[in-house]
Design a protein around this ligand. Structure first.
Ligand code: FBP
Length: 541
């Protein structure tokens, strides 16, 4: 085998699950009242006429039923990898096979594109086995293709018919689950038996709401980023010669940055959502950093650590206005855009800022939006942008006698390295359980639901399984110049406990070096089942 000793040890791990999920033939549901959407009810209802308003499904113990007929159940991984994806598949696989060993589990290859082209793999013990409790999405691969045109929906229907599918599980983030809902509605409208359900994946933790407590992968990834951030913090104070500017992944939401701050106590951490609420401009941000550097220099400290969420660029009102303007230009332009014709198409104000940015950053802002219409913030090097402006500012301050220290900024981006990490115990348990919840929905003809487990700060055996209609979580947003129904992203709640806890302590972290480290992810021992601080604080309320 090519597995390391640690991987082998993780292969032997048995995920902990609720007794309700242990006996597939004893799973029945009680359904509640019809549901509605929290936002834009009428429009969402009109977009999902067949499936809007379905009840929530709660799991109920019952006496085991006889073996149900053989089924064909498919799964697809969609979007960026997140630790635990393989366990959703293995949980689902086990449940489907325990229900009826004759059933087929089919994995679509390379994301939703595999559905369109009917590229798939029949999953077997040999394929699933070596991936249990392992990181990565490589068992079947993933992709960002979005099923949106009528031709694409027709291709998806053709595949569902060709494989005689009873159900499909989409493991994805907010956009992919929104798409799963559209597919569920489309299949229903065309009289296909194939059900479509979702599972909440993303390291960003922005697929979260009253029903979904955390998206899988966040726990492992944020612990890993926090550990690296801590190492850089101690490097800063040990070497005493540089400021580490650490940008962390997370798209628009600053959940990962916030978790890193709660764990590490950096000198400064920006939270995109607060920047937006308080209308903090790019000029304000660089001033805050320059002030910090000057104050610390006065104490003889020419080093420090600053955490930046990758979504920050979208939240500074001046940069945001520029992005909105660019979005419309990119969506409507028929020819490829150059720096110059882009600058001349912008409003005067936006063009001024655009021309002021380092050209590399301006070009990164012009990069094509992803298939879901998102700005590719992972490719915008905000840490370099800030270092470059702060360097210039401090030179001016030095000339004016307001700064007599040294400044050296070292840019870091913590992004791709944590998305395929070995899942923490939390994520291994959570995803295996989610896979079984999803299988129960898929094998019982439920469609348009997201699989959930709640009560996640309790023991895994006490987590409560349920299925909730995806329409409950949707709102109307403008994407690619059009209004579309999508799951509402959960950004950092400025009244929530993770943020208020951070806000109460951050002043004391500016000048002192109160750095702390969470350590690397533990798989055994007294701290192995610790959950991330954000989830723990949220649960405390
Ligand atoms: P998902 O939303 O698909 O889970 O992906 C999350 C993420 O890792 C973001 O944090 C990041 O901005 C983005 O993917 C990067 O995308 P890509 O892998 O296409 O560069």
């Amino acid at each position: 085998t090519h597995h390391s000793p640690m991987q082998l040890a993780r292969l032997a791990y048995t995920p902990r699950i609720s007794p309700l999920l242990r006996t597939p033939r004893a799973v029945t549901f009680t359904s509640g009242e019809p549901t509605t959407a929290s936002y834009d009810v009428e429009v969402i209802h009109s977009q999902f006429p067949h499936l809007f308003g379905q009840p929530a499904l709660h799991f109920q113990p019952s006496d085991p039923l006889s073996t149900p007929p053989k089924k064909n159940i498919a799964v697809v991984l969609s979007g960026g990898p997140a630790p635990g994806g393989h366990n959703v598949i293995s949980g689902m696989y086990d449940f489907v096979k325990e229900l009826n060993p004759e059933s087929n589990m089919i994995g679509f290859l390379s994301g939703p594109d595999g559905i369109l082209k009917n590229k798939h793999l029949i999953l077997t013990d040999e394929i699933v086995g070596p991936h249990r409790n392992q990181g990565g999405f490589h068992m079947i691969g993933s992709g960002r293709t979005k099923i949106e045109t009528e031709d694409q929906f027709a291709a998806a229907r053709a595949t569902a018919k060709a494989l005689d599918l009873d159900a499909l599980l989409v493991i994805g983030g907010d956009d992919s689950n929104s798409n799963a809902m559209k597919l569920a509605e489309d299949f229903k409208a065309h009289g296909l038996k194939c059900a479509v359900n979702g599972a909440p994946k993303t390291i960003d933790n922005d697929l979260r709401n009253a029903q979904v407590e955390v998206s899988f992968g966040f726990d492992t990834a944020s612990k890993s980023y926090a550990q690296s951030t801590a190492s850089l913090a101690f490097d800063a104070v040990s070497a005493g010669k540089a400021y580490h500017f650490v940008r962390v992944m997370g798209r628009s939401a600053s959940h990962i940055a916030l978790e890193c701050a709660l764990q590490v106590h950096p000198n400064l951490c920006f939270i995109g959502e607060e920047v937006k609420q308080n209308n903090i401009t790019l000029a304000d941000i660089v001033n805050q950093i320059a002030d910090l550097v000057c104050e610390r220099a006065a104490l003889g400290k020419n080093y420090g650590i600053i955490v930046i969420p990758e979504g920050l660029v979208e939240f500074m009102p001046d940069v945001e206005a520029l992005i909105v303007d660019l979005n419309e230009i990119l969506a409507t332009s028929e020819t490829p855009l150059t720096y110059d014709n882009c600058a001349s198409a912008l409003t005067e104000e936006n063009a001024k800022l655009f021309r002021m940015l380092p050209p590399a950053i301006a070009n990164q802002l012009m990069l094509e939006r992803d298939p879901h219409g998102n700005v590719q913030v992972a490719k915008i090097e905000a840490e370099r942008l800030l270092i470059s402006i702060v360097t210039t500012m401090l030179a001016v301050r030095k000339k004016n006698g307001k700064f007599d220290g040294k400044f050296s900024g070292v840019p870091h981006y913590l992004g791709y390295e944590a998305r395929c990490a070995l899942p923490s115990n939390f994520d291994a348990n959570y995803t295996y359980g989610l896979g079984r919840v999803a299988a129960a929905l898929c094998c019982n003809e439920k469609t348009g639901y997201i699989a959930t487990l709640s009560g996640l700060t309790k023991k895994p055996e006490e987590w409560i399984p349920a299925g909730y209609p995806l329409t409950m979580m949707m709102n109307i947003e403008r994407r690619h110049g059009k209004d579309v129904a999508v799951i509402k992203k959960m950004l950092v709640d400025l009244d929530g406990s993770p943020f208020t806890t951070f806000a109460e302590s951050r002043d004391s972290w500016r000048l002192a070096d109160n750095y702390r480290t969470p350590g690397t992810t533990q798989f055994w021992g007294p701290r192995a089942d610790d959950v991330n601080l954000s989830l723990a604080l949220d649960a405390e309320g």
